[in-house]
Write a protein that binds this ligand. Structure first.
Ligand SMILES: [Zn+2]
Length: 374
């Protein structure tokens, strides 16, 4: 990779260009015609400059850059037809960044512009202090969704229950909801009259408890999340049949499984002022993670998931360092992304006690292409 160069853009000029780009008419043309000749072996293998404690950001960007259908959506220019021009700076900056990372021309690019536009809305991310990569991921997914969502006429959801809670965004779809959004259903039963009610919750990241201190499996974390819980004392529910507060049991299930499921392992244990990081060895399968025990029987269409990216957190609560392991769509090999450094790694090295976010997909990825007509 020594032949490739380091890209050092004039950030503020690019920010101006970005604003100009947003004022242009939508077009299905790829963003830059001169980018036809790229070296496929390097596509998607581009380091990210550390801008001062921005490894939390870089690790997340690398994982998103390995989601082929997401990358293709931006590379092909398809996103411009859905883009909300008033609210599209973050999505446009993301598109430019994905394009740079998939050119194959640079060893390393700077995420400065992306960081600046995110920082305009969330100033926390401009600080030169370490942030939580899970929070950053959720901000990015939310912003991309807000910029790219399309409202559809409300479909009649063919559910027999009238107790489903639905929020308006359920009818808004975007590339983010199509790839990452799942639905949880909470089945709540009053222990007095055994009346059942259901509550729906939308998720893009599932935060899993870690049930053991030294080692456990991802399946044990999932069992812990989906086990039946008692609702007593302050957590009692108001039962509509009994008309008063009652003890109840609640059990969560997946009502709609997303194509990509992201697990957040709750390593940062905060109870009041007591904080610590759990360094539990969590064994996670690389292939065929079976979510069917947690999915409603009716919706178990593609319950087997394969790992394609990991965000790692090394070190302790404050500070520490983030890296990413991502599977490269073209070579099908695993790479370690440590800011500007990229190195190939064996599958046997994927399992570490630093794993913090796990990205699984229930479908195989094809190499993202820029232009469907081409
Ligand atoms: Zn009741």
């Amino acid at each position: 990779m020594a032949s490739r160069s380091m890209k050092t853009p004039d950030d503020f000029n690019i920010l101006c260009l970005l604003k100009d780009a947003l004022s242009l008419e939508s077009s299905d043309e790829p963003m830059d015609e001169s980018r036809e000749e790229t070296n496929p072996q390097y596509q998607g293998l581009t380091g990210l400059r550390n801008l001062g404690n921005t490894c939390y950001m870089n690790a997340v960007i690398q994982c998103l850059c390995s989601v082929s259908p997401l990358v293709e959506y931006f590379l092909s220019g398809k996103y411009t037809t859905s883009l909300d021009k008033e609210n599209g700076e973050i999505a446009t900056a993301f598109a430019y960044l994905m394009n740079d990372m998939w050119l194959g021309d640079f060893d390393c690019v700077s995420p400065e512009v992306f960081r600046l536009v995110i920082g305009e809305r969330y100033p926390t991310f401009l600080k030169k202090a370490q942030q939580d990569s899970q929070e950053f991921l959720i901000y990015v997914l939310n912003e991309l969704h807000e910029a790219l969502k399309k409202s559809s006429k409300r479909r009649n959801q063919g559910t027999t229950s009238t107790a489903w809670e639905s929020r308006p965004s359920a009818s808004e779809s975007s590339i983010i909801t199509r790839l990452f959004e799942g639905h949880l259903s909470y089945d709540i039963m009053c222990l007095e009259c055994e009346n059942n009610t259901y509550k729906k919750e939308i998720f893009t990241v599932l935060s899993l408890p870690i049930p053991y201190e030294t080692e456990c499996s991802l399946e044990e974390c999932l069992q812990c999340f989906f086990q039946q819980d008692m609702l007593t004392w302050n957590n009692q529910i108001t039962c509509s049949c009994c008309g008063t507060k009652r003890d109840a049991v609640v059990k969560a299930s997946i009502a709609k499984a997303p194509k990509m499921v992201i697990f957040h392992l709750k390593r940062f244990d905060c109870q009041g002022s007591y904080k610590k990081k759990l360094k539990t060895d969590i064994y996670y399968p690389l292939n065929n993670l079976d979510l069917s025990p947690y999915i409603y029987p009716l919706f178990r269409k593609n319950p087997k998931y394969n790992l394609f990216a990991v965000v790692n957190h090394f070190g302790d609560l404050d500070g520490g360092h983030y890296t990413a392991f991502c599977k490269h769509t073209i070579s099908q090999k695993w790479y370690n992304f440590d800011d500007s450094q990229i190195s190939e790694m064996p599958e046997s090295a994927l399992q570490t006690s630093a794993a913090y976010l796990l990205f699984y997909s229930n479908q195989s990825f094809s190499v993202p292409v820029k232009n469907h007509n081409g």
